[in-house]
Design a protein around this ligand. Structure first.
Ligand SMILES: [Zn+2]
Length: 251
Protein backbone atom coordinates (compact mmCIF):
# COMPACT_ATOMS: atom_id res chain seq x y z
CA UNK A 1 0.00 0.00 0.00
CA UNK A 2 1.58 3.26 -1.11
CA UNK A 3 -0.36 5.45 1.31
CA UNK A 4 1.89 7.84 3.20
CA UNK A 5 1.38 7.50 6.94
CA UNK A 6 0.84 10.73 8.79
CA UNK A 7 2.23 9.90 12.19
CA UNK A 8 1.13 12.15 15.05
CA UNK A 9 4.42 13.41 16.57
CA UNK A 10 3.25 13.04 20.19
CA UNK A 11 2.01 9.50 19.75
CA UNK A 12 3.97 6.29 20.39
CA UNK A 13 4.30 3.55 17.75
CA UNK A 14 1.96 1.38 19.84
CA UNK A 15 -0.66 4.10 20.05
CA UNK A 16 -0.41 4.84 16.33
CA UNK A 17 -0.96 1.18 15.50
CA UNK A 18 -3.95 1.09 17.85
CA UNK A 19 -5.30 4.24 16.18
CA UNK A 20 -4.96 2.72 12.70
CA UNK A 21 -6.50 -0.57 13.74
CA UNK A 22 -9.45 1.12 15.40
CA UNK A 23 -9.98 3.50 12.47
CA UNK A 24 -10.00 0.44 10.19
CA UNK A 25 -12.60 -1.19 12.44
CA UNK A 26 -14.89 1.85 12.13
CA UNK A 27 -14.56 1.81 8.33
CA UNK A 28 -15.18 -1.95 8.16
CA UNK A 29 -18.27 -1.73 10.37
CA UNK A 30 -19.49 1.18 8.26
CA UNK A 31 -18.89 -0.75 5.04
CA UNK A 32 -20.85 -3.71 6.39
CA UNK A 33 -23.76 -1.43 7.37
CA UNK A 34 -23.33 -1.85 11.12
CA UNK A 35 -23.04 1.84 11.97
CA UNK A 36 -25.77 4.08 13.42
CA UNK A 37 -25.45 7.61 12.08
CA UNK A 38 -22.95 9.44 14.34
CA UNK A 39 -23.84 7.25 17.34
CA UNK A 40 -22.55 4.06 18.96
CA UNK A 41 -18.93 3.26 19.65
CA UNK A 42 -16.05 0.94 19.13
CA UNK A 43 -13.39 1.56 21.79
CA UNK A 44 -9.85 0.23 22.11
CA UNK A 45 -7.38 0.41 24.98
CA UNK A 46 -4.04 2.09 24.17
CA UNK A 47 -1.43 -0.63 24.92
CA UNK A 48 0.15 -0.32 28.38
CA UNK A 49 -1.74 2.88 29.18
CA UNK A 50 -4.84 3.66 31.21
CA UNK A 51 -6.26 5.30 28.10
CA UNK A 52 -8.78 4.47 25.41
CA UNK A 53 -9.50 5.51 21.85
CA UNK A 54 -13.03 6.43 20.80
CA UNK A 55 -14.79 7.97 17.78
CA UNK A 56 -15.11 11.76 17.63
CA UNK A 57 -18.75 12.66 18.37
CA UNK A 58 -20.41 14.23 15.35
CA UNK A 59 -18.52 12.32 12.64
CA UNK A 60 -19.89 9.40 10.66
CA UNK A 61 -18.00 6.12 11.04
CA UNK A 62 -16.96 6.54 7.40
CA UNK A 63 -15.14 9.75 8.42
CA UNK A 64 -13.07 8.24 11.25
CA UNK A 65 -9.30 8.28 10.74
CA UNK A 66 -6.32 7.26 12.89
CA UNK A 67 -5.65 10.93 13.71
CA UNK A 68 -9.15 12.08 14.58
CA UNK A 69 -9.87 9.30 17.08
CA UNK A 70 -10.03 10.81 20.56
CA UNK A 71 -7.83 9.53 23.40
CA UNK A 72 -9.64 9.54 26.74
CA UNK A 73 -9.09 8.27 30.28
CA UNK A 74 -11.50 5.81 31.86
CA UNK A 75 -13.77 8.69 32.93
CA UNK A 76 -13.96 9.96 29.36
CA UNK A 77 -11.68 13.00 29.91
CA UNK A 78 -9.75 13.94 26.78
CA UNK A 79 -6.01 13.28 26.94
CA UNK A 80 -4.87 14.37 23.49
CA UNK A 81 -6.19 17.92 23.12
CA UNK A 82 -8.56 16.75 20.39
CA UNK A 83 -10.88 19.47 19.05
CA UNK A 84 -13.66 16.88 18.85
CA UNK A 85 -16.32 16.05 21.42
CA UNK A 86 -16.80 12.64 22.99
CA UNK A 87 -20.31 11.25 23.50
CA UNK A 88 -19.92 10.65 27.23
CA UNK A 89 -23.33 9.00 27.67
CA UNK A 90 -22.30 6.36 25.17
CA UNK A 91 -18.84 5.91 26.62
CA UNK A 92 -20.17 5.22 30.14
CA UNK A 93 -20.98 1.56 29.54
CA UNK A 94 -17.72 0.97 27.63
CA UNK A 95 -15.76 2.54 30.50
CA UNK A 96 -17.37 0.21 33.07
CA UNK A 97 -16.14 -2.82 31.15
CA UNK A 98 -12.72 -1.38 30.25
CA UNK A 99 -12.15 -0.41 33.90
CA UNK A 100 -13.39 -3.57 35.59
CA UNK A 101 -12.30 -6.21 33.07
CA UNK A 102 -8.54 -6.01 32.46
CA UNK A 103 -8.81 -8.34 29.43
CA UNK A 104 -11.52 -6.27 27.70
CA UNK A 105 -9.30 -4.21 25.41
CA UNK A 106 -11.74 -3.89 22.48
CA UNK A 107 -15.47 -3.25 22.85
CA UNK A 108 -18.27 -2.55 20.37
CA UNK A 109 -21.90 -1.65 20.92
CA UNK A 110 -24.26 -1.36 17.96
CA UNK A 111 -27.90 -0.68 17.17
CA UNK A 112 -28.27 -2.83 14.05
CA UNK A 113 -31.92 -3.79 13.48
CA UNK A 114 -31.34 -7.56 13.54
CA UNK A 115 -29.28 -7.60 16.74
CA UNK A 116 -31.75 -5.18 18.35
CA UNK A 117 -34.63 -7.42 17.27
CA UNK A 118 -33.05 -10.44 18.96
CA UNK A 119 -32.29 -8.32 22.06
CA UNK A 120 -35.98 -7.38 22.08
CA UNK A 121 -37.31 -10.93 21.92
CA UNK A 122 -38.03 -12.85 25.10
CA UNK A 123 -35.91 -15.87 24.16
CA UNK A 124 -32.91 -13.85 23.02
CA UNK A 125 -30.48 -15.70 20.74
CA UNK A 126 -31.64 -19.26 20.14
CA UNK A 127 -29.52 -22.26 19.03
CA UNK A 128 -31.29 -22.52 15.68
CA UNK A 129 -28.48 -21.83 13.23
CA UNK A 130 -24.82 -22.49 12.54
CA UNK A 131 -23.65 -19.16 13.97
CA UNK A 132 -25.90 -18.97 17.02
CA UNK A 133 -24.71 -22.42 18.17
CA UNK A 134 -21.25 -20.85 18.54
CA UNK A 135 -22.69 -18.56 21.23
CA UNK A 136 -25.09 -20.91 23.05
CA UNK A 137 -24.43 -20.58 26.80
CA UNK A 138 -21.89 -17.81 26.20
CA UNK A 139 -24.07 -14.70 26.35
CA UNK A 140 -25.29 -12.59 29.26
CA UNK A 141 -28.56 -10.64 29.21
CA UNK A 142 -29.26 -7.32 30.90
CA UNK A 143 -32.79 -5.90 31.34
CA UNK A 144 -33.52 -2.47 29.88
CA UNK A 145 -33.24 0.38 32.37
CA UNK A 146 -33.49 3.36 30.01
CA UNK A 147 -30.99 5.27 27.94
CA UNK A 148 -28.62 6.60 30.58
CA UNK A 149 -26.19 4.26 32.20
CA UNK A 150 -25.94 5.37 35.81
CA UNK A 151 -23.07 4.38 38.08
CA UNK A 152 -25.07 1.76 39.95
CA UNK A 153 -26.21 0.13 36.70
CA UNK A 154 -22.55 -0.68 36.06
CA UNK A 155 -22.55 -3.31 38.81
CA UNK A 156 -25.59 -5.00 37.30
CA UNK A 157 -24.05 -4.87 33.81
CA UNK A 158 -20.98 -6.68 35.12
CA UNK A 159 -23.03 -9.20 37.10
CA UNK A 160 -25.22 -9.96 34.09
CA UNK A 161 -22.20 -10.32 31.82
CA UNK A 162 -20.70 -12.91 34.20
CA UNK A 163 -17.80 -14.75 32.59
CA UNK A 164 -19.02 -14.07 29.07
CA UNK A 165 -17.73 -11.68 26.43
CA UNK A 166 -21.09 -10.75 24.98
CA UNK A 167 -23.87 -8.91 26.78
CA UNK A 168 -27.24 -8.51 25.09
CA UNK A 169 -28.89 -5.35 26.41
CA UNK A 170 -32.57 -6.28 26.28
CA UNK A 171 -34.77 -4.00 24.15
CA UNK A 172 -31.55 -2.27 23.13
CA UNK A 173 -28.53 -3.89 21.49
CA UNK A 174 -25.43 -6.06 21.90
CA UNK A 175 -22.10 -5.31 23.56
CA UNK A 176 -19.25 -7.49 22.26
CA UNK A 177 -15.83 -7.50 23.90
CA UNK A 178 -12.48 -9.01 23.05
CA UNK A 179 -8.91 -9.17 24.22
CA UNK A 180 -8.00 -8.01 20.74
CA UNK A 181 -9.77 -6.01 18.06
CA UNK A 182 -9.74 -8.96 15.60
CA UNK A 183 -11.31 -11.25 18.24
CA UNK A 184 -14.04 -8.71 18.94
CA UNK A 185 -14.56 -8.18 15.20
CA UNK A 186 -15.01 -11.84 14.29
CA UNK A 187 -17.27 -12.51 17.28
CA UNK A 188 -19.38 -9.50 16.35
CA UNK A 189 -19.45 -10.66 12.71
CA UNK A 190 -20.78 -14.07 13.72
CA UNK A 191 -23.26 -12.61 16.22
CA UNK A 192 -24.59 -10.21 13.59
CA UNK A 193 -25.03 -13.11 11.15
CA UNK A 194 -26.64 -15.29 13.85
CA UNK A 195 -29.20 -12.55 14.54
CA UNK A 196 -29.91 -11.88 10.85
CA UNK A 197 -30.55 -15.57 10.25
CA UNK A 198 -32.68 -15.90 13.39
CA UNK A 199 -34.88 -13.00 12.27
CA UNK A 200 -35.25 -14.51 8.78
CA UNK A 201 -35.96 -17.97 10.18
CA UNK A 202 -38.64 -16.52 12.47
CA UNK A 203 -40.37 -15.08 9.40
CA UNK A 204 -40.59 -18.59 7.93
CA UNK A 205 -41.87 -20.09 11.18
CA UNK A 206 -40.99 -23.35 12.97
CA UNK A 207 -37.22 -22.90 13.47
CA UNK A 208 -35.35 -26.13 14.19
CA UNK A 209 -33.61 -26.10 17.59
CA UNK A 210 -30.20 -27.76 17.48
CA UNK A 211 -30.04 -30.50 20.17
CA UNK A 212 -27.60 -29.98 23.09
CA UNK A 213 -25.37 -32.92 22.09
CA UNK A 214 -24.81 -31.40 18.64
CA UNK A 215 -24.12 -27.96 20.15
CA UNK A 216 -21.53 -29.63 22.38
CA UNK A 217 -19.68 -31.10 19.39
CA UNK A 218 -19.96 -27.77 17.54
CA UNK A 219 -18.48 -25.93 20.53
CA UNK A 220 -15.62 -28.41 20.93
CA UNK A 221 -14.54 -27.44 17.43
CA UNK A 222 -15.20 -23.78 18.26
CA UNK A 223 -12.84 -23.97 21.22
CA UNK A 224 -10.01 -25.17 18.95
CA UNK A 225 -10.41 -21.91 16.96
CA UNK A 226 -10.16 -19.68 20.03
CA UNK A 227 -6.44 -18.94 19.87
CA UNK A 228 -4.65 -15.57 20.08
CA UNK A 229 -4.91 -15.39 16.27
CA UNK A 230 -8.71 -15.59 16.31
CA UNK A 231 -10.09 -13.11 13.80
CA UNK A 232 -6.70 -11.85 12.55
CA UNK A 233 -7.05 -13.19 8.99
CA UNK A 234 -10.60 -11.85 8.79
CA UNK A 235 -9.65 -8.40 10.08
CA UNK A 236 -6.67 -8.10 7.71
CA UNK A 237 -8.82 -9.21 4.76
CA UNK A 238 -11.44 -6.53 5.49
CA UNK A 239 -8.67 -3.94 5.87
CA UNK A 240 -7.63 -4.72 2.29
CA UNK A 241 -11.24 -4.28 1.20
CA UNK A 242 -11.63 -0.83 2.78
CA UNK A 243 -8.19 0.22 1.49
CA UNK A 244 -9.54 -0.23 -2.03
CA UNK A 245 -12.57 1.92 -1.23
CA UNK A 246 -10.89 4.80 0.65
CA UNK A 247 -7.53 4.46 2.41
CA UNK A 248 -7.90 7.77 4.31
CA UNK A 249 -8.54 5.85 7.56
CA UNK A 250 -4.78 5.30 7.75
CA UNK A 251 -4.00 9.00 8.14
ZN1 LIG B 1 -27.09 1.86 22.62
Amino acid sequence: MATQLKHKPECSEAEWKARQDLAAAYRIFDHLGWCESIYNHITLRVPDEDAFLINPFGLLWSEVTASNLVKVDSEGNKLDGSPHWVNLAGFTQHSVFHKELPWAHAIVHTHTPDTMAVCSSEEGLTPTNFYSCFFEGAIGYHDFEGITVRGEEGERLLRNLGNHRILMLRNHGPVVMGETLPEMFLKYYMLQRACEIQVKTASLGNPIRVPPEVIEVHQQDRDKMLTAAFGVLDFEAWKRKIDKIDPSWRE
